[in-house]
Design a binder for this molecule. Structure first.
Ligand code: FAD
Length: 492
């Protein structure tokens, strides 16, 4: 019989184990206590990984061999013959399977099937480029996979409908009022996972809680179908908004199943496109969603490999502040600013907040305060249920912290309280005033914005897109006071 297929915890879908080349093979799943302990991080993330692996074993029945071992190597030795494996999703794991191949435990390493575009095709596209534009990559993806296309042209003649997707949160409402997302029902496997995690001597972060995300292919299909049928139509307009009492808003909650490899991005993109063709979701929402999964997600994945290990060695803004204790322990009670406290509580309680709290609140705060970008990258990897090595360089190090000096984004992503006030409903009940730059109730994001602009004025003045912020800062009569105040700020 052909060599068995060994799958990692983020390679759990039918496109991995039941492709034409793999369907006749036995499947080996190894639960390594050491790998799990090394990851530490959020308790609910550990739960999702183990639940996904154990559910796959159940689904495959006799085809699967489930091995609990201290290390992967030990697990593989128990298989008793060399295995085939798909390229793993981190450099460290890739180097590891190469060593296993040298040792004869792995017979063959084949390309990973959990993304739409292959690494070889991306390399062709990237060529010798030094700076990258997502928009160009995204259009190429649309053409290549024929998504939302009318022949050579984008449907309705336009590639990008972002301008229609920037609504403020609706006034006089505390939630978007869209149908609930699909929620999983826990089963005996989840109960077993919970019991085993309780018994493990690992210092997890965050809170345990009911499982909130899909971990099997069948669950992911249900989650995706529910999203496309009932929530996709409102995905676009409120993509950039935050509502305190509505943590899901119209987001898909599909990053976990995508990243576990149980949902293929092209299946989701095609389902969304079908909703547009059927007239059940407007183009702006569908285009916005396709842009996230075939654009951003694939882009971030490929740039992880393309930019390589050296990418995260720079520190363009000389940010070296250690992460404060309350930030590391996800202690929202220590935080006064309503937006920051809520985002931190979301990470603590669920290991998940949507894109805007990640970027506009948590990332923005870290950028303004000059947190060490590598430590911050580690923080995001550990505490988010969808956090994996490959997602981090572009999103955290590049996009959010500008630590690469502009390889990914043309300017640092920072904003003051006024913008947060416009796009969220947090400021009303907050002890800080987004309009105040100085004083007891000065908003740390507003004051932080000006202090950041002052600190990096030379760099920002050279950039077309940030020059005006510097001249506004120079006209502030109280800039010295702001800087002094922010230098001594201990309460956020
Ligand atoms: P939706 O809003 O419904 O979007 C649909 C899908 O698009 C997501 O499921 C996701 O797979 C994909 N997507 C959208 N934007 C991105 C992006 N920038 N990078 C990768 N995929 C994207 N995403 C992760 O999967 N893991 C992370 O650890 C992660 N960390 C992030 C850290 C920061 C600082 C920022 C700014 C973004 C991060 N993202 C990460 C991207 C994005 O915020 C999440 O994918 C998204 O919030 C997940 O929720 P959702 O599935 O409801 O997404």
């Amino acid at each position: 019989s052909p060599a068995p297929l060994w799958v990692f915890a983020d390679q759990l879908g039918p496109h991995v184990h039941s492709s034409e080349e793999m369907v006749d093979r036995d499947v080996v799943i190894i639960e390594s206590a050491r790998a799990l302990g090394r990851r530490r991080g959020h308790r609910q993330k550990a739960h999702l990984l183990l639940s996904g692996m154990r559910h796959l074993a159940e689904e495959l029945g006799d085809r699967a061999t489930y091995i609990r071992a201290d290390t992967y190597r030990e697990g593989l030795a128990r298989v008793g013959r060399p295995v085939v494996v798909h390229e793993p999703t981190s450099r460290r794991a890739e180097a590891f399977v190469r060593r296993l191949a040298d040792e004869g435990l792995v017979e063959e390493i084949v390309p990973t099937p959990t993304f739409a575009l292959s690494r070889a095709d991306f390399a062709d596209w990237a060529g010798g480029k030094k700076a990258f534009l997502m928009e160009n990559f995204y259009r190429e993806q649309r053409r290549r996979f024929d998504i939302l296309m009318d022949g050579e042209n984008p449907v309705s003649g336009t590639w990008n409908l972002d301008a229609e997707n920037r609504e403020k949160p609706p006034k006089k409402r505390t939630t978007l009022g869209v149908p609930e997302p699909w929620w999983p029902e826990e089963d005996d496997i989840d109960a077993g996972v919970r019991k085993d995690l309780d018994a493990m001597d690992v210092d997890w972060s965050g809170e345990d809680g009911p499982r909130l995300f899909a971990v099997t292919a069948a669950e992911a299909a249900s989650a995706m179908e529910t999203f496309v049928a009932t929530r996709l139509a409102t995905f676009g307009p409120y993509e950039d908004a935050v509502m305190a009492a509505d943590w899901t808003m119209s987001h898909s909650l599909l990053s976990v199943p995508f990243n576990l490899g149980v949902l293929h991005p092209l299946d989701a993109a095609r389902a969304a496109e079908q909703a547009y063709r059927d007239g059940t979701a407007p183009l702006a929402s569908v285009e916005g969603f396709v842009r996230q999964i075939l654009g951003w997600r694939e882009y971030v994945w490929h740039l992880y490999w393309h930019l390589g290990e050296d990418y995260m060695r720079t520190n363009a803004l000389d940010a070296d502040t250690p992460l404060p204790g309350w930030f590391q322990t996800l202690d929202a009670e220590e935080v006064t600013a309503a937006c920051l406290s809520d985002a931190l509580a979301g990470v603590h309680d669920r290991g998940w907040v949507h894109h805007i709290p990640r970027l506009m609140i948590l990332g923005n705060h870290a950028l303004q305060r000059g947190y060490d970008p590598r430590a911050l990258t580690r923080w995001f990897t550990e505490h988010f249920v969808d956090g994996y090595e490959w997602v981090m360089p572009v999103n955290v190090f590049g996009m959010s912290q500008h630590a690469d000096g502009g390889v990914i984004a043309t300017k640092p992503y920072t904003s003051g309280g006024a913008y947060i006030d416009r796009m969220t409903d947090h400021c009303k009940g907050c002890a800080f005033d987004p309009k105040k730059r100085v004083g007891e109730d000065a908003c740390p994001f507003t004051a932080g914005y000006w202090a950041f602009t002052h600190k990096h004025r030379e760099r920002l003045a050279k950039n077309m897109r940030t020059r005006r912020a510097v001249s506004s800062m120079e006209r502030l009569g109280d800039i010295d006071e702001i800087i002094e105040q922010e230098r001594h700020r201990t309460s956020f």
